[in-house]
Ligand binder design. Structure first.
Ligand SMILES: C[S@@+](CC[C@H](N)C(=O)[O-])C[C@H]1O[C@@H](n2cnc3c(N)ncnc32)[C@H](O)[C@@H]1O
Ligand SMILES: O=C(O)C(=O)C[C@]1(C(=O)O)C=C[C@@H](O)C=C1
Length: 237
């Protein structure tokens, strides 16, 4: 279904509710440049760290696209244990229908990430999820992710990011809005969504993300892909 959520005057802040969930796959593909490529890369990188019986957790899994694609791409690995965590019931309704349709077994947990025990993981994904975690809690979450990984495990995450310079930041955001226009979003839809996301989606710079990762104890962190204001990182424990 085509995303028309912000085609009308907004009444509330952005939420992962039933309306957003019902068009979310279209929203992501048209709102995040190279969404599919960053997902493909996330999975390809994860595959290098997978072995039989591995535990893989997707924090903020939304409609479970990443876990479903991962299951399809790693058929030669036996007994993958897939966990999708999300606090939006609406997202997980779509996720479980999609997983059933693709015949992929995923354990879905509908709760806040902070309440869920995902210890002994081999791979943890959080694609476009950290940006929705309050800055005051973000470091605590990164530490929890670090503690929950087995040694040698990896944390793979994508984020919307800020530039260091205010001038460049404005230019990069203009470039991003041009991308959205080319995807068929009107100026009105773009500005309504920008307002709805204010103080809800809080991006960090590349350096801030890397600093947080290093301070949690990860031995390596690489930015693997970047388009203007979106980036994919991998961190190794
Ligand atoms: C932008 S979406 C993630 C997209 C998805 N990872 C993908 O690549 O297709 C962010 C998701 O994180 C979930 N989320 C945000 N904060 C959360 C929290 N504290 N606990 C659990 N889920 C959360 C939202 O419900 C939403 O589904
Ligand atoms: O920043 C924006 O305007 C976006 O539309 C990006 C973004 C994201 O990065 O998660 C914001 C909300 C939705 O989850 C889909 C895409």
């Amino acid at each position: 279904m085509t995303d028309k959520v912000f085609n009308k005057k907004i009444k509330k802040q952005f939420e992962f509710d039933e309306e957003v969930a019902s068009v979310f796959d279209d929203m992501l593909e048209r709102s995040i440049p190279y969404y599919k490529e960053m997902q493909r890369l996330s999975i390809a990188l994860a595959n290098n760290f997978l072995k039989d019986d591995a535990k893989i957790v997707d924090l903020g899994c939304s409609t479970a696209s990443t876990l479903i694609e991962l299951a399809k791409s790693s058929k030669e690995i036996n007994n993958l244990n897939l966990f999708g965590v999300d606090s939006s019931e609406a997202m997980l309704d779509f996720a479980s229908k999609k997983a059933n349709a693709y015949g992929v077994e995923i354990n879905f947990i509908c709760d806040d990430i902070f309440n869920v025990d995902f210890s002994n993981s081999n791979v943890i994904f959080a694609n476009y999820t950290l940006q929705f975690i309050r800055p005051l809690l973000r470091e605590k979450l990164i530490s929890k992710i670090f503690d929950s990984l087995e040694k040698g495990g990896v944390f793979i995450f994508c984020e919307k990011i800020l530039a260091e310079s205010n001038l460049l930041n404005k230019q990069l955001i203009d470039e991003y809005y041009n991308y959205k226009k080319n995807q068929g979003y009107s100026e009105f839809e773009i500005s309504q969504k920008r307002e709805a996301l204010e103080n809800v989606l809080i991006p960090y710079t590349q350096k801030e993300n890397e600093k947080m990762i290093k301070e949690a104890g990860f031995s390596h962190c690489e930015m693997v892909f970047k388009w203007v204001n979106f980036a994919l990182f991998i961190a190794i424990k």
